[in-house]
Design a protein around this ligand. Structure first.
Ligand code: ATP
Ligand code: MG
Length: 560
């Protein structure tokens, strides 16, 4: 029996649990699939958000539905337009376009009306207890809470007080509106949760119109319902909020959005909390939200990661119901895989040592034709100059090499990529014994890939012509933290204690001349070294490259 290979099928994976739910809903006739991505505009998006974006937009695409971008902007104190703009840019860059752009703050009037409805139904009341009293009277997991002395106010009194809260008659913190559920409920979140608090704060969109703001639990589900969201997907920590989500929707009799939870993305050596990332920015541990060491989408873009690689990563990670930690190497694997296909090859030397080819004519320049990308013929070819003096990588030479060292060493031969075979004749040192220069001779008949007498030379190294080389600042990145779980620190420590002092190492490299024209964002493979991307700090005087990722593929090796 033979199994025929069907094209495309090798990439198929089983449905994840959310897809199963959606397919069952479609089978029942609920076909208008509506999802949303609901960021709070209080920071830049990180790779965890990218996972959520790919999931929400991806499901809408797959099932012919729609996905909204909704800003959950109910907390005026921490939010800002700068963040709104960056979020929109990041979602688009990832390759998605939203059906509708919405703001929870656009629903404030509707949310307010619904709150009055709940008061009228006897399902909400104005509480005069302060925050501390509310906290103390909530009880604990094992001890039931105590009813507020204000819990039995009449509907009229509650309506009057709530209207006056809105009108600005009371100071911050003096009153709240609470849902009237059950102060002994086993789920603490249902012990008369706060729906509104008084906050005389300027909102980035509604200005000073409001001085009462809805809490997340009240605003979120109701916003979903307003937008007819069918599948409201969030992370596991919201599972305990689900009964409350459903309580509000049921009591109001509005569109029955349903909430589904999946495990948030965690990655090794990576911290994913906007609040903590903001601390890194504010304490100048990094240069900004888009510092290429950050796990933000803007940082990854600047570093040279591609949207395609991030999407492939998000898909591969899948949707889990239990928390887990993904190896950072998996993301790098997808970045490498994409750049291998799309990035043009160039030669650059990051730690140069000079080589003088003593039998090569002085003043002569030969042009060698180099293939831009062996994975993509349409990328064409370029000319690279070769001269008597070149630079090679310092660690491509060893004075006393171990066995199986196939690069350059005294008396041994190596091939210069795209060019001649050279042999090391002499090692020139300074007074302190440091190697300053190598004197080599070349085989003029070895130009086309073979030696004149057929002798085998195993090693190939890269080089740049000394006369033509362009200097560049090259930023080499390592993980931002030395600890695999930087969030998880012992008492008395903070994640700041685990910032990697080697997370950024800057070197001056020498580039082949064609790289002088590269523009910010251009991506290359520096042969034998890694993938690099021109940084936005580059200007007419100075070109700056970020190392996107090394060539070493530790993940694939481990997982063979
Ligand atoms: P943070 O704690 O980093 O501030 P958040 O959950 O408060 O994250 P939101 O802006 O509220 O940030 O999140 C928008 C959406 O992204 C939510 O649906 C949230 O569940 C999802 N999300 C946030 N972090 C992750 C993550 N690490 N993995 C998957 N989804 C995430
Ligand atoms: Mg949040």
């Amino acid at each position: 029996m033979s199994i025929e290979k069907v094209e495309g099928l090798e990439n198929e994976r089983p449905l994840n649990f959310i897809e199963e739910v959606i397919e069952a809903d479609i089978a029942k006739g609920n076909v208008n699939i509506q999802t949303r991505f609901p960021p709070e505009p209080n920071g830049y998006l990180h790779i965890g958000h990218a996972k959520s974006i790919c999931l929400n937009f991806g499901l809408a695409q797959k099932y012919g539905g729609k996905c909204n971008l909704r800003f959950d902007d109910t907390n005026p104190v921490k939010e800002d337009v700068e963040y709104v703009d960056s979020i929109k840019e990041d979602v688009r860059w990832l390759g998605f376009e939203w059906a509708g752009e919405h703001y929870a703050s656009d629903y404030f009037e509707q949310l307010y009306e619904w709150a009055e409805q709940l008061i009228t139904k006897g399902k909400a009341y104005v509480d005069d207890q302060n925050q501390e009293e509310i906290r103390l009277n909530r009880g604990t997991v094992t001890v039931p809470g105590k009813n507020s002395p204000w819990r039995e106010r009449s509907v009229e009194e509650n309506l009057d007080l709530f209207r006056r809260m809105r009108a600005g008659e009371f100071p911050d913190g003096s009153k709240t509106l609470r849902a009237k559920i059950d102060m002994a409920h086993p789920n603490m979140l249902l012990r008369d949760p706060i729906m509104y608090r008084i906050l005389h704060a300027h909102h980035h969109r509604t200005g000073d119109k409001w001085c009462i703001y809805p809490m997340y639990d009240y605003a979120h589900g109701e916003s979903d319902s307003i937008e007819n969201v069918t599948h409201s997907i969030c992370t596991l920590e919201f599972a305990v909020h689900r009964p409350l989500y459903e309580w509000f929707i049921e009591e109001l009799g509005i569109f029955p959005s349903k909430q589904y939870e999946f495990a948030r993305l965690n990655m090794t050596y990576t911290m994913m909390s906007k609040r903590r990332l903001l601390q890194l920015v504010e304490n100048k541990v990094v240069s900004g939200w888009d510092d290429p060491r950050m796990p933000t989408i803007s940082a990854m873009r600047r570093r040279g990661y591609t949207a395609k690689a991030i999407r492939a990563f998000a898909d591969r990670v899948g949707v889990a119901k239990r928390d887990n930690i993904i190896d950072l190497g998996l993301l790098e694997f997808f970045v490498r895989e994409d750049l291998n296909k799309s990035a043009q090859r160039r030669m650059a030397v990051l730690d140069p040592i000079k080589v003088v080819i003593t039998n090569y004519p002085e003043g002569k320049t030969e042009m060698f034709e180099c293939v831009n990308n062996p994975e993509d013929e349409s990328a064409g070819k370029r000319q690279v100059p070769f001269t008597r003096e070149i630079y090679i990588e310092r660690d491509d030479f060893m004075e006393e090499p171990p066995k199986k060292y196939f690069r350059l060493s005294p008396g041994k031969e190596v091939r210069l990529r795209y060019s001649y075979l050279i042999k090391c004749d002499e090692v020139v040192k300074d007074a302190d014994g440091n190697i300053v220069e190598l004197h080599c001779s070349y085989d003029p008949d070895s130009k086309n890939g073979s030696s004149s007498d057929g002798r085998k030379v195993k090693g190939v190294i890269h080089w740049v012509s000394a006369e033509h080389a362009k200097k560049a600042e090259i930023r080499l990145y390592n993980t931002l933290f030395t600890k695999e779980s930087p969030d998880d620190v012992a008492e008395g420590e903070t994640f700041f204690d685990y910032v990697n002092p080697e997370s950024l190492v800057t070197v001056e490299g020498l580039l082949e001349p064609s790289l002088a024209e590269a523009k910010a964002g251009d991506k290359f493979q520096f042969e034998r070294v890694g993938y690099f991307c021109v940084d936005s700090d580059s200007n007419d005087e100075k070109i700056v490259f970020n190392r996107t990722v090394t060539l070493k593929d530790s993940w694939a090796k481990q997982n063979k």
